[in-house]
Design a protein around this ligand. Structure first.
Ligand SMILES: [Zn+2]
Ligand SMILES: [Zn+2]
Ligand SMILES: [Zn+2]
Length: 91
């Protein structure tokens, strides 16, 4: 099992007060299943069960490896590069 080497990228761990949805899906009118938030820049994207997998795509395109769950009551986070769970969320 590998360890995440991207913890120095973490900038934003708290969810915004209101999340309207996946930013990219809202623009294109697509649907999503679950939401993830990039903890480097705060961008909200959709999970890998969603058709467009925007959170995963954002991680690859922008080099922001770690995203946390943006679902209510879920506080886990995940590194898309190392493919491991990461404990970056204070709560
Ligand atoms: Zn990592
Ligand atoms: Zn999306
Ligand atoms: Zn980002």
């Amino acid at each position: 099992m590998s360890r995440c080497t991207h913890l120095d990228q973490v900038r934003v761990v708290e969810l915004p007060e209101t999340i309207t949805g996946c930013e990219e899906c809202l623009k294109s009118g697509d649907r999503w299943v679950h939401l993830r938030m990039c903890v480097s820049c705060g961008k909200v994207g959709c999970c890998d069960s969603s058709p467009n997998m925007h959170a995963s795509r954002h991680a690859g395109e922008d080099g922001h490896a770690i995203a946390r769950s943006a679902e209510p009551d879920e506080t886990w986070s995940w590194c898309y590069v190392d493919k491991v769970g990461v404990g970056v969320v204070p709560r």
